[in-house]
Design a protein around this ligand. Structure first.
Ligand SMILES: Nc1ncnc2c1ncn2[C@@H]1O[C@H](COP(=O)(O)OP(=O)(O)OP(=O)(O)O)[C@@H](O)[C@H]1O
Length: 825
């Protein structure tokens, strides 16, 4: 390019850009191929923008829409020129778009990349995407010539150049001295580094485009190719003698042709032999004159991505690698998807479409942090032309908004707008079709590829449960995909549970505790008898599990039963009803004195004390009534009540009290307690009674802890424990610990030196809770008792809405500030 003219403007790069360029130049040598992918991706975006503009502004021509690559060897090392006929940039856009970094996650990336060993940075590139700056991987100097399309505001745009040299902190922008050579769009010229000459090789560029970019654009990518061949010189003028020889040779050729035609028509063997004879005429042929050869270079634009779009091809002819490459290029991910599905369909209202969807390799933390769905799930195309990848909040419900799909509608108008789409039935129907297909894909994987299903469930299991919790007609199908560990097996679905139920079993037993390990839960007092008898208990540890089973109520006729609540039935109780009833009556009679006494002792904690049929080795347990809180739910609710969110909630107190103390009649400890109570009733001794009361309260508190609840007063609990320990060790109850604590020195009377007043920011003044603290606190805010009220997944997710919380905090701050100002006045 020519030297810049007088109107050149020099600009400083934003500091982040300079840092990024340094990383690119210094540490990504082995990943320099990515420059081509990044620039083609930018070119594609520019073409998209132009096409979309042309839909509303008819003065904008949308032809041609393509990308070209030219490899130009020269005496300095050569250049690669990538041109797109897209939206283009004016001088201001060149400066802001290429001189600053407006990408989210930049500072994170820079911090990590600058901290890492050079080799480790490579794994970060894929995640971040270097965009335009990857040009510096292969070039020392980059020129970007660009011109936007004419518009009302700028009817005669001029082509400008952005130029930058890799080791300079500034860039220049100036009118292109060549004038308008592009017409419309952007031409990027990379002046190749000495060691990057191999990018002048056509075969290499072809291979790179095929590998990385064949799917990143639906616009044609052309490569300018040159082929040099030796061919007979077409300009050669034969001498007179040669002319005669030519004529003879031509006649000879003609007669040969005639014989050949004969052969074609008549397939008689004898004739074929004749032909063979005619071919053997060496002397005649030798006469043919020789035309001198000449090197001729033919130049041609060759399309590199001439395959039809992947989703329109027959899936039988598409390889897994092609699908993976397509997913990575289209959805800008650096890992391969976990699963995919391609299908054709009809939306139900007449529009036919082709679709291809993917289950991405990972679910970002934002999925659980924000109640808003990811709106970028569906890339909508009409007749292979990209329309939009943002269909708004309604595109897919929150629980499945991680799905990545390409939907190509055959019958929608090309200029359909997002707003029109949102109000058509098409989108609603597409959404349903995608969800249905996803569920059947997962169901098939669960049956045929258990390992793969396990992997998918590790990431998406809770999201699928969230979908089931939302209810609707897919609830049962989604719930069938949920998996839990049990006391006897791992990764069990409801179908498997029900299939291995015991004879007479009418309940699905479960125990819930958010965040606990299944192994911990299976050691619970509530599981011991079920386990000892060989029954299976689902161990629910995800936050939405307990709500989900409360909504489902039953599965294939078996009702869900919390193992920690009243109402547990094994199903074989009726085998000998008379015997059982007699045994119950006998135990009731035997333990009556203990039950009566304990009921009085435990009246602040439980509604009643009863004989247990669920305990094997534990002496006692606290069991909730059907509508009382489970230990899990009580914890969740407690944080809200203590924060005053619900005030002194009558329902909370009521639900908290719906508990029973169950005692194990076979436990030696309970037997011992019974004996002592009977003795005490016969011979009232105050000291005995006090000791016994203390033992009872430890027993009740112990039962609470064992059953997953909190003790009401932990100080009192430990004081009592202390007394019991002293008794058993023979230590006097009145003995005091020797008082050898060193007292603090007297009050300091020298004043502290004055320190300059420090500005107090909100951050330092009052730290906002971390997101996990908030989530934990907010998580407890379930509207009501499960089983009574259907809890909506939207409500559930709103609990996580940090922005709402922050807004509230800011409003409070503002109010406080106003009050303060008012007071000062
Ligand atoms: N060929 C082009 N035509 C028009 N504008 C372009 C072109 N290349 C880059 N730009 C503009 O420059 C901006 C910065 O480009 P860059 O490649 O650095 O980041 P990006 O494209 O926004 O992000 P990424 O490449 O990671 O997707 C783009 O957002 C776009 O506005």
């Amino acid at each position: 390019q020519d030297a810049p003219g007088a109107t050149t403007q020099k600009h400083e790069f934003q500091s982040d850009v300079a840092r990024l360029r340094n990383i690119v130049i210094n540490s990504l040598y082995s990943h320099r191929d990515v420059f081509l992918r990044e620039l083609i991706s930018n070119a594609n975006d520019a073409l998209e923008k132009l096409r979309i503009t042309s839909l509303t502004d008819k003065t904008v021509l949308n032809d041609p829409l393509n990308i070209t690559i030219k490899l130009i060897p020269d005496e300095h090392g050569g250049r690669v020129v990538i041109t797109d006929y897209g939206i283009g940039m004016g001088p201001e856009e060149l400066s802001t778009n290429l001189g600053t970094l407006a990408k989210s996650g930049t500072s994170d990336f820079l911090k990590k990349a600058e901290g890492d060993a050079p080799g480790d940075t490579s794994s970060l590139i894929g995640q971040f995407g270097l965009g335009f700056y990857s040009s510096f991987l292969v070039s020392d100097k980059v020129y970007v010539a660009s011109i936007p399309h004419p518009s009302k505001a700028n009817p005669n745009p001029t082509q400008h150049v952005f130029s930058s040299v890799s080791d300079e902190a500034s860039f220049e922008i100036y009118p292109d001295p060549r004038g308008n050579t592009i017409g419309r769009g952007t031409e990027i010229t990379l002046v190749l580094k000495e060691d990057a000459k191999d990018y002048l090789d056509e075969a290499k560029i072809r291979a790179l485009v095929e590998k990385h970019s064949a799917f990143s654009t639906s616009y044609p990518i052309y490569l300018f190719t040159r082929k040099t061949e030796e061919i007979p010189d077409p300009d050669y003028v034969p001498t007179e003698e040669e002319q005669i020889e030519f004529t003879d040779a031509e006649e000879e050729e003609e007669s040969k042709d005639e014989v050949n035609i004969k052969v074609d028509v008549d397939e008689d063997e004898a004739v074929v032999e004749d032909v063979t004879e005619t071919k053997e005429a060496p002397e005649e042929e030798k006469k043919k004159p020789v035309i001198p050869l000449k090197n001729v270079t033919t130049e041609e634009w060759v399309q590199l991505n001439d395959q039809p779009p992947l989703w329109t091809r027959d899936s039988k002819n598409v390889t897994q690698e092609e699908y993976d490459l397509f997913y990575r290029a289209t959805f800008k991910d650096h890992n391969n998807p976990l699963a995919l599905h391609q299908f054709k369909g009809d939306s139900g209202s007449g529009e036919s479409f082709k679709a291809l969807f993917f289950i991405p390799p990972a679910l970002g933390p934002e999925f659980w942090q924000s109640p808003k769905p990811d709106t970028k799930g569906i890339r909508l195309m009409v007749k292979r032309v990209f329309i939009t990848d943002d269909l708004g909040d309604d595109a897919l419900p929150k629980w499945v908004s991680w799905l990545r799909a390409v939907v190509d509608a055959d019958d929608l108008p090309l200029n359909v707008s997002r707003e029109t789409l949102q109000s058509t039935r098409f989108l609603r129907q597409i959404k349903q079709v995608l969800i249905r297909r996803l569920i059947s894909l997962l169901t098939r994987i669960a049956e045929e590829e258990p390992e793969k299903f396990k992997k998918i469930t590790e990431t998406y299991g809770p999201a699928l449960k969230l979908g089931a919790m939302e209810g609707g007609k897919d609830q049962k199908k989604l719930a069938a995909l949920a998996r839990w560990d049990t006391n006897t097996r791992k990764f069990i679905g409801l179908e498997e549970y029900v299939a291995s139920r015991k004879k007479g079993q009418t309940q699905i037993f479960y125990l819930a505790a958010v965040g606990k390990k299944p192994e911990e839960l299976s050691g619970s007092v509530f599981v011991e008898k079920l386990h000892a008898r060989g029954y299976e208990v689902l161990l629910l540890t995800d936050p939405m599990d307990e709500i989900l089973v409360a909504q489902l109520k039953s599965w294939k006729g078996l009702t869900f039963q919390d193992a920690a609540k009243k109402g547990l039935k094994f199903g074989d109780e009726d085998t000998n009803p008379e015997d059982e009833k007699a045994e119950e009556a006998r135990l009731e009679e035997k333990f009556k004195p203990l039950l009566t006494w304990l009921k009085e002792e435990a009246k602040d904690t439980v509604l009643d004390v009863v004989i247990s049929n669920r305990l094997v080795t534990s002496p006692c347990a606290i069991v909730s009534d059907t509508y009382g809180y489970s230990a899990n739910m009580e914890k969740l609710m407690a944080s809200q009540v203590s924060k005053g969110v619900r005030g002194t909630d009558f329902m909370h107190d009521w639900a908290k009290k719906q508990k029973f103390l169950e005692i194990n009649p076979r436990s030696p400890l309970i037997e011992g307690l019974l004996t002592r109570v009977i003795e005490m009733n016969d011979d009232k001794d105050e000291e005995d009674e006090r000791e016994l009361k203390e033992a009872a309260s430890i027993l009740i508190d112990g039962a609470l802890v064992r059953s997953g609840f909190e003790v009401p007063d932990s100080n009192l609990f430990f004081t009592r424990m202390d007394r019991v320990l002293r008794r058993s060790l023979g230590v006097s109850q009145s003995a005091k610990a020797s008082d050898s604590v060193k007292p603090a020195p007297p009050v300091e009377d020298t004043p502290l030196p004055e320190s300059p007043a420090k500005e107090v920011s909100l951050d330092e003044d009052e730290k906002l809770p971390t997101e996990s603290e908030e989530a934990e606190a907010l998580f407890g805010d379930f509207p009501d008792i499960p089983g009574k009220v259907r809890i909506d997944a939207d409500d559930f997710l709103k609990q996580y809405d940090r922005s709402e919380y922050v807004q509230k905090r800011e409003a409070e701050e503002e109010a406080k500030q106003k009050e303060h100002e008012h007071d000062e006045l």
